[in-house]
Design a protein around this ligand. Structure first.
Ligand SMILES: [Zn+2]
Length: 422
């Protein structure tokens, strides 16, 4: 079945986009295409095409905790609310929490999410049924208990030795929670095992002052130098947050080719540290992607909203309105993310993966149309997303997503059960 998107606005002109299988095969004016019964024609008058967004750091199932912990210090946020709730989570909670997250992400334009949570199989089942792309971490978090760490490494190896297949849109990678919650033996092992199996690595890095102080106290090094001493860092590493970094840390991250994931909403809401220094990363050629983090610290998963916050934070903090301009912001949320995860999407060109949004140009924030990217980022793009194509399939059509009612009902039921069990 081919899909012919007729007359979508693309880079300011009306274009037809022909999709066959999971690929864009042609983009042009009044494409004839292999018309016939096997082609569905989608009228795109009044809609603009735009690449799907990439949420490079999320804990999807935390949607069930949305609104559970407001205006708290980080320690109280974690110890009195989040950890007790997480102790009660079942695989069913993680499945429906992730489905709710996918609903939130699809309806606001995100087509790929890198997810770090505690049950990769429950997450993967939800990911497959959502239709969007997921890169799911097998995350090691041991609370610095060597026995636990060794058991986790064995379980992790067994998981990848018998890797389950959840379809072409779901892949797995590796994660360490952080330098303070994952033993050095596991950090070293993850670097070795990841490179042996060609799996990327994901970690929370330099998020809080506590992390920096305790790492220096125990190792005499900053978290960046400590991870490097264990052979963890490389171009296959995604480091989330990256707030408490000095010039030497940035230099080493650049040398190793590490990619950073900036989470502006979560960082500001939890007052985790100083503003992320996008300029320091950019000057050194370090790739910066964007993430929402979990719904207990954001609380939505609309990446367009995080793009706006990322830009405003840089401009405000560094007294420089030219910082993190739209072209770089859009690249961080689209093409750089798709390239980093290797899904072949990010540009609307023949031969690329068919992953794109159709944005409703009649939405109030999209008028007038001086610049689509500026409207999307600064005037509420998430609410203007009308349709999403992911790997050649329409997974949201005129804001309708298959199965959405069941997801809403189950997520509400399970979050009420968790609240009652506290
Ligand atoms: Zn996080």
């Amino acid at each position: 079945m081919s899909l012919l998107f007729r007359g979508a606005e693309l880079d300011g002109s009306a274009r037809d986009i022909l999709v066959e299988g999971d690929k864009i095969v042609a983009v042009g004016e009044e494409l004839a295409g292999p018309l016939g019964q096997l082609t569905e024609i989608i009228d795109c008058l009044g809609l603009a095409a735009f690449p799907t967004l990439v949420n490079a750091h999320a804990h999807s199932a935390m949607t069930l905790f949305r609104g559970a912990a407001e205006d708290l210090e980080l320690e109280a946020w974690l110890k009195s609310v989040i950890w007790p709730l997480e102790a009660k989570l079942t695989a069913e909670d993680i499945y429906w929490g992730t489905r709710l997250a996918a609903l939130d992400m699809i309806s606001t334009g995100t087509g790929l999410c890198q997810d770090m949570y505690s049950d990769p199989l429950a997450t993967a089942r939800a990911a497959r049924n959502s239709g969007m792309r997921f890169v799911i971490d097998y995350a090691l978090i041991d609370g610095m208990d060597e026995d636990k760490a060794a058991a986790q490494r064995r379980a992790c190896k067994a998981f990848f030795d018998n890797l389950p297949d959840f379809g072409p849109n779901v892949s797995f990678n590796l994660a360490a929670h952080s330098v303070y919650a994952t033993c050095p033996s596991s950090l070293r092992w993850l670097g070795e095992f990841g490179r042996e199996r060609d799996l990327s690595l994901h970690i929370h890095l330099a998020e809080t002052k506590f992390e920096i102080d305790s790492c220096k106290k125990h190792t005499g090094m900053s978290p960046v130098f400590y991870l490097d001493s264990l052979g963890f860092l490389g171009p296959d590493v995604f480091a989330a947050h990256a707030l408490w970094l000095d010039a030497a840390d940035f230099d080493l991250l650049a040398e190793r080719g590490v990619k950073l994931v900036h989470n502006p909403a979560s960082n500001m809401k939890l007052a985790s540290g100083p503003a992320f220094d996008y300029g320091a990363a950019k000057r050194r050629g370090i790739v910066t992607l964007l993430g929402t983090d979990g719904s207990a610290s954001n609380n939505g998963l609309d990446l367009f909203a995080d793009m706006k916050l990322a830009a405003l934070l840089q401009k405000h903090e560094y007294h420089d309105p030219t910082r993190f301009p739209l072209t770089e912001l859009v690249a961080s949320a689209t093409v750089l993310g798709h390239e980093a995860f290797g899904d072949g999407a990010g540009c609307l060109e023949p031969g690329k993966a068919a992953d794109f949004l159709l944005v409703d140009l009649s939405a109030p924030g999209m008028i007038p149309r001086r610049g689509l990217a500026a409207n999307l980022v600064y005037a509420g793009g998430g609410g203007a997303v009308d349709t999403m194509v992911c790997a050649g399939k329409i997974i949201m059509r005129h804001r309708k997503i298959d199965g959405a009612e069941e997801v809403r009902a189950e997520a509400a039921r399970l979050s009420a059960r968790l609240a009652a069990a506290r």
